[in-house]
Design a protein around this ligand. Structure first.
Ligand SMILES: [Zn+2]
Length: 324
């Protein structure tokens, strides 16, 4: 008990306060055995925390690397699947191989760990490369770790029952922090709206995060973050055809070839084909989860409908790729 008291006293001297209702030590006990140090930090106007750099032989526990000659061009959204203490342990574990990290972790409310929602912790400085995206592709760029900032949102993801996915809603306090943080990052690095992406957008075969309940529309309307079609644009194709001059008109009916071309034009890695094949299913699900069927978990399928057609066509016209 004495030791604990001493530790808390030292922490309060260092200006380290609690994450939520309890001292950070009690929800993150591992941190204090191999001397992880966390300090308060103002992060784009949000009061958060920063993990300090490990030193000596433990330098790799920060799980970061040089960006080389790459500049920051994209912002990648994730969910963790695991809780905050587990995430922090994973992201600072002493594992030379298989490192995993993100620039920021944002909490959701966790009764069991007494963690408050919307608390942001920075693990990797923005000028460093974090290990969050893996082998990935977006708009002609591969391996986005070098050129992106990664944000992990604590969220359980989904459970599968009866062949259906049940997704977990995001904590409103978490989204309020995420919105402010993302708006700050996008402004600072002049990140284009279409380069604010989900992990599933850039690795559709292997990843499902941040999932179909991630509030993309709220980020767009409340914080000016990311790409979206407004109500006006998606309900009346004339606004698209007159406003953004698409290369081709929207087909009257469903066209699989047109849709797949539009996904590719927008930025997805999508095999060229006249028809949808099983190989296209992950990318179609990623697209529907992010855009046309966001917040509609019953539509997390590879089925093509008119709504998805309008979105793919509209987005590729509103956010065209530069000719390479
Ligand atoms: Zn992810």
């Amino acid at each position: 008990m004495k030791k604990r008291f001493l530790l808390l006293s030292l922490l309060s001297l260092a200006g380290v306060k609690s994450v939520g209702a309890t001292a950070i030590e009690s929800i993150f006990p591992e941190a204090f055995k191999p001397r992880i140090t966390i300090q308060e930090k103002d992060i784009y106007g949000v009061q958060g925390y920063q993990v300090q750099e490990f030193i000596g032989s433990e330098v790799n526990r920060n799980h970061w690397d040089s960006r080389g000659d790459q500049t920051i061009q994209s912002l990648v959204m994730h969910y963790t699947v695991c809780d905050y203490p587990t995430t922090m342990r994973l992201f600072t574990a002493n594992i030379p191989d298989g490192r995993v990290s993100a620039h920021y972790v944002i909490t959701e409310k966790e009764e069991v760990n007494a963690v408050k929602g919307g608390v942001v912790t920075q693990l990797v400085p923005e000028e460093k490369r974090a290990w969050h995206a893996g082998a990935s592709y977006w708009r002609g760029i591969q391996n986005l770790n070098a050129s992106s900032i990664g944000v992990e949102n604590v969220n359980k993801g989904f459970i599968e029952s009866g062949g259906k996915r049940q997704w977990f809603a995001f904590d409103p306090d978490q989204i309020a922090t995420l919105g402010q943080l993302s708006a700050g990052i996008v402004e600072k690095y002049n990140i284009s709206p279409e380069n604010v992406v989900g992990h599933a957008d850039i690795v559709p075969d292997k990843k499902s995060d941040p999932g179909i309940l991630f509030p993309w529309e709220e980020l767009y309307t409340q914080y000016g973050v990311g790409a979206w079609l407004t109500e006006k644009e998606r309900s009346n194709p004339t606004f698209i055809s007159e406003g953004y001059l698409p290369k081709e008109p929207l087909p009257q009916g469903i066209s699989e070839a047109f849709f797949l071309n539009a996904l590719r034009a927008y930025g997805y890695q999508c095999p060229e084909s006249a028809y949808i094949t099983p190989a296209h299913e992950p990318v179609i699900k990623a697209f529907k989860a992010h855009f046309s069927h966001n917040q509609k978990p019953d539509h997390y399928t590879a089925t093509l409908d008119k709504t998805a057609m309008v979105w793919a066509w509209g987005l590729s016209a509103k956010y065209p790729q530069e000719e390479k």
